[in-house]
Design a protein around this ligand. Structure first.
Ligand SMILES: *[C@@H]1O[C@H](CO)[C@@H](O)[C@H](O)[C@H]1NC(C)=O
Ligand SMILES: *[C@@H]1O[C@H](CO)[C@@H](O)[C@H](O)[C@H]1NC(C)=O
Ligand SMILES: *[C@@H]1O[C@H](CO)[C@@H](O)[C@H](O)[C@H]1NC(C)=O
Ligand SMILES: *[C@@H]1O[C@H](CO)[C@@H](O)[C@H](O)[C@H]1NC(C)=O
Ligand SMILES: *[C@@H]1O[C@H](CO)[C@@H](O)[C@H](O)[C@H]1NC(C)=O
Ligand SMILES: *[C@@H]1O[C@H](CO)[C@@H](O)[C@H](O)[C@H]1NC(C)=O
Ligand SMILES: *[C@@H]1O[C@H](CO)[C@@H](O)[C@H](O)[C@H]1NC(C)=O
Length: 752
């Protein structure tokens, strides 16, 4: 491949990220794959992305690490070759992919996201007049939340994983969990320790709940796992790891955190087990797990067996995740005890892999602040040599923990944007904090920040905030959000359109601009079990959203051929309908309190039979909003009818009742075609008819009684296996227009 002489020299001048230098213990966290392997992997990615136009790019990986300098932060260099091709030189495969996307975004106006790609490339490619060099401010850009395995990845096949890993690389993500298939390894360990298959089957949860079993929150619910499941997941994990490694990404493997099946008490009768309390409103049939004390010999033995078996199967990049106290309280707050257990957990890793680095979520410090006082936090963190663990400051855009802990008392940390809970659909963002938070954290006195990250519980929603966060991970100073929002609209739709740009500015100053603490949990009455006491408070001015809706409608005629535009048209119409649903809910409440049967009948009918029905057909017209897709992918992983039914049960339960009795009811709510009609609307219909009956019979509304009745509706939705299309139906543009014409005038009238 032709390369002008100057470029390689310039690469040597790239400054290594300062933060990396401070922690020699992390210096071995570098890709094991050779430059050639990484170059080849990123070239293949480019071909998958651009097809024949990939020939216009020359992608090369050159690690170029000065001796003794530790591992530098990722960097790339862009230049135009005399023949018009664009050369991308990266220090890793991920850095080269990040450079490729930087070029596509900045110079070609392209856009790549979960909901679609806008990749119209100019011919010839825009020329760079000089060599452009970008070095990331930090060493790491991290991705994933332990929960995303259940809320989003659970039913994925290799094609979907491949697309995700491509997106990760293009987004500059170089550190990510690789948790798939760990139950297969556990099964081997359990069997060799002497558990029976029946005991193991009884312990494992179903696929849609694995995240919480791994964290010791629950067991036995919606299982068991079949041999075909294990085989499929092992196979997937091999392909995931191979691809991540070939791109120079560091996969984080799971390590033992102490949670064991109840039958361990049979195997080790003399051992002290801690029995945890119940979690997530589950009773002890499914919760109250057993925990081994990290200091015990059995803990060390089990931890060693697991890691040995895991590494034998998958090899390792020396970084491991373990969360022993995620949402539980240690049995003593004595600092010596806390230091000794973190030390023991670390030892259980280093006894197998002397180079082990422990990656830990910092969630616990926020979750139980009354327990984790400065002395306790410091004790736990200092049980591990400085620089041998990395803390994920998991929810730093809203509740940063580094500033409460003197930068985790010297342990390196990653500033993470959590953003999403339960994979809820619903527009939300904290753009100001995303734009400034990482810079503030780096400038904190004696900051130990080594990266930025994204840690959503569920993905495939709010593309815009992830795009923003990923771009910021390459920036040396905050962006101008006004300019950024305007260019985002243009890149996303492939065309400049003033109405669409204005819509995005309105969204940026409203739904995407919560500047104070609030979890992005969709609290809209639409997706919650009806009651007279639901909140409708918002963090934004809804007129802005309605006005953005209006602007998007104005942009339709020019942009309707863009997939990402139609996706946003659905999403913004959905958001507006969600707001309107709250208005009708208030009307229903008022009518009931005023004993107006006519009023109840009118607003109830509009909500259930018009608004929600229209919303359902709108959502059903876009492949990204389909219950049928979620259920279909679940069933497609099964090898028998029985298994398919179990997976479907898992899939339906997770997005509705969650546990057997509505334990985390509607936590993972989704606005999807099929779900709106047969679950949310069905509940509202029962609610309205119940209120009417109460007025007619002059009896009070009893929530407890209604809950019993509505529980049957909810359960029926799970067990009646009604089939939903897994392909979109209907014309989005027409349905969106009909909804707009019908409801926008009302929305504006109500707001004045
Ligand atoms: C079990 O715990 C008790 C109380 O913490 C302790 O005294 C005892 O030595 C422990 N036994 C074992 C085998 O670790
Ligand atoms: C930062 O570190 C220096 C040197 O270790 C120390 O003297 C200083 O007190 C620290 N500053 C803060 C704000 O912790
Ligand atoms: C951001 O860009 C807009 C439009 O170019 C400009 O009017 C505004 O002053 C800029 N804001 C800042 C803080 O630079
Ligand atoms: C977000 O809100 C703050 C406070 O009202 C405001 O200063 C800022 O300009 C807003 N940001 C955007 C992107 O609209
Ligand atoms: C963010 O949301 C919280 C909770 O709804 C609210 O109290 C706060 O005012 C919101 N912030 C802004 C800038 O709207
Ligand atoms: C919301 O925005 C509209 C239009 O800009 C404005 O008239 C109204 O006063 C705002 N409402 C609130 C509560 O700020
Ligand atoms: C897009 O808009 C054009 C012009 O308004 C119209 O002819 C066409 O049918 C629309 N396409 C879709 C998919 O609605």
């Amino acid at each position: 491949m032709a390369r002008p002489g100057g470029v390689a020299v310039l690469l040597l001048l790239m400054v290594p990220g300062l933060s990396a230098v401070g922690f020699p213990g992390l210096s071995h966290l570098v890709p094991a794959a050779s430059d050639e392997v990484q170059s080849e992997a990123v070239q293949q990615l480019c071909r998958r992305l651009l097809g024949p136009r990939a020939n216009d790019f020359v992608l090369t990986v050159r690690q170029q690490r000065p001796a003794g300098a530790g591992a530098p932060a990722p960097a790339f260099e862009l230049s135009s070759l005399p023949d018009g091709r664009v050369q991308v030189l990266g220090t890793t495969g991920v850095a080269a992919a990040g450079g490729l996307y930087w070029y596509l975004r900045t110079f070609c106006g392209c856009h790549i996201s979960w909901s679609g790609r806008q990749l119209q490339l100019p011919t010839p490619l825009p020329r760079l007049r000089r060599v452009l060099q970008i070095t990331a401010p930090d060493r790491f850009h991290y991705y994933q939340n332990v929960c995303s395995y259940s809320y989003s990845f659970v039913w994925w096949d290799w094609d979907r994983w491949e697309r995700e890993i491509d997106w990760m690389a293009l987004s500059g993500i170089n550190l990510a969990l690789a948790f798939t298939g760990q139950e297969a390894i556990w099964q081997r360990v359990y069997l060799s320790l002497g558990l029976t298959q029946a005991e193991i089957n009884d312990y494992f949860v179903g696929p849609a709940f694995l995240a919480w079993a791994r964290m010791g929150n629950m067991h036995s619910w919606a299982g068991p796992l079949s041999d075909s499941w294990h085989k499929n997941q092992l196979n997937l994990q091999h392909r995931i790891l191979q691809r991540m490694r070939s791109l120079g990404m560091l996969p984080v493997l799971p390590a033992f955190a102490g949670f064991v099946p109840a039958s361990f008490t049979r195997l080790f009768p003399k051992e002290n087990f801690t029995r945890l309390g119940s979690w997530g409103h589950l009773n002890c049939t499914y919760s109250c797990s057993y925990l081994l004390d990290p200091e015990s010999a059995v803990f060390q033995q089990v931890g060693k067996m697991f890691l040995l078996e895991l590494i034998k199967e998958f090899d390792t990049d020396h970084i491991y995740s373990a969360d022993a106290f995620n949402e539980m309280t240690p049995r003593s707050s004595d600092p010596r005890y806390l230091s000794s257990i973190s030390n023991a957990i670390f030892k259980s890793m280093t006894q197998v892999d002397p180079l082990a680095i422990w990656l830990m979520q910092g969630w616990l410090f926020l979750n139980k602040p009354w327990f984790w006082r400065p002395t306790q936090v410091k004790a736990l963190l200092h049980g591990v040599p400085l620089g041998r663990m990395i803390i994920l400051d998991l929810f730093a855009e809203s509740r940063p923990a580094y500033s409460l802990t003197e930068s985790f008392y010297g342990q390196p940390f990653i500033w993470c944007m959590l953003h999403n809970f339960g994979g809820n659909t619903g527009m939300y963002g904290t753009v100001e904090s995303i734009n400034r938070g990482p810079f503030k954290a780096r400038a904190f006195p004696n900051s130990t920040m080594v990266g930025t990250g994204i840690t959503p519980e569920g993905i495939e929603q709010n593309d815009v905030v992830y795009e923003l966060m990923n771009e910021i991970s390459w920036c040396q100073k905050p962006l101008n959000l006004t300019e950024w929002a305007v260019s985002y609209a243009q890149r996303r739709y492939g065309k400049r359109n003033d109405a669409a740009a204005t819509a995005w500015l309105l969204l940026f100053r409203s739904v995407y601009n919560n500047t104070s603490y609030m979890q992005n949990h969709n609290r809209s009455p639409l997706v919650h079990r009806p009651s007279l006491k639901l909140g409708t408070a918002l963090w934004y001015n809804k007129t802005d959203v309605y006005e953005a809706w209006n602007r998007m409608q104005k942009a339709v005629s020019e942009l309707n051929s863009s997939d990402t535009f139609r996706y946003d048209l659905v999403d913004l119409t959905r958001q507006s309908v969600q707001l309107l649903a709250s208005e009708f809910y208030e009307d229903i409440k008022t009518a009931f309190l005023q004993h107006s049967i006519v009023g109840l009948w009118t607003s109830g009918d509009t909500l259930v039979h018009n608004l929600l029905r229209d919303l359902d057909s709108l959502l059903s017209s876009d492949g990204h909003f389909l219950l049928g897709h979620w259920l279909g992918t679940a069933r497609s992983l099964a090898t028998t009818e029985k298994e398919a039914n179990l997976y479907e049960f898992n899939a339906r339960s997770q997005v509705t009742l969650w546990g057997p009795d509505g334990n985390l009811l509607d936590y993972a709510n989704k606005q999807w075609g099929g779900l709106v009609k047969d679950y949310y609307a069905a509940r509202w219909e029962l609610f309205v008819s119940t209120l009417i009956r109460c007025l007619e019979m002059k009896i009070p509304f009893r929530q407890a009684h209604f809950n019993q009745e509505v529980f049957e509706v909810e359960q029926n939705f799970i067990v009646n296996r009604v089939k939903y299309p897994d392909k979109p139906i209907g014309n989005t543009v027409e349905i969106a227009k009909k909804i707009f014409l019908q409801y926008y005038p009302q929305a504006m009238k109500r707001n004045n």
